[in-house]
Design a protein. Sequence first.
Length: 195
Amino acid sequence: MGEITILIVDDEQAVADIYGAHLEVEYDVRIAYGGEEALEKLDEDVDIAFLDRRMPGMSGDEVLEQIRAEGLDVRVAMVTAVDPDFDILDMGFDDYLVKPISRDDLYETVDKLLSYAEYDETFEEYYRLVSKRAALQSAKSKSTLEASDEYQELTDRIEELEGALDEAMFDLEGGDMDALFSSGSDSDSPGQQQP
């Protein structure tokens, strides 16, 4: 993966500029101060967008709909000052952050979204190769397959990908999995009260 490009969209210019200052140390950063400007700065080079949900004019929700309608492969973190409601269930974002957002929150979110993107690509390649292997196994004899260098390379690559997928799942089962399901609160959630 080449240089990572991040689009920060927030109608509060000071907030957008602070996020940009934090992230531009390691990433190529674009900043937009509204929904229309976000769409102007959005292209296939953008890997991640931090998208303020509540903006005058074109809202973050509308920008997100446009991103998904255009089929752009952009990981989107919605950023808002309001707690989420059930309307988020139908939205196509990848992460949801409630302000205030710290520098560490920004970097953790970028790392998480990049690892998910890498996982998706690895899984897609794995699926394609396993399908090819299955097709060959149904059409060729075992001895023919064992004699083939190409088949051995295919098998080796599948094993490499299985290792990478196992490692990604291990990461998710550790801290990332906990982060996926944490409520951001130390209090018990309704279904998990102590007896």
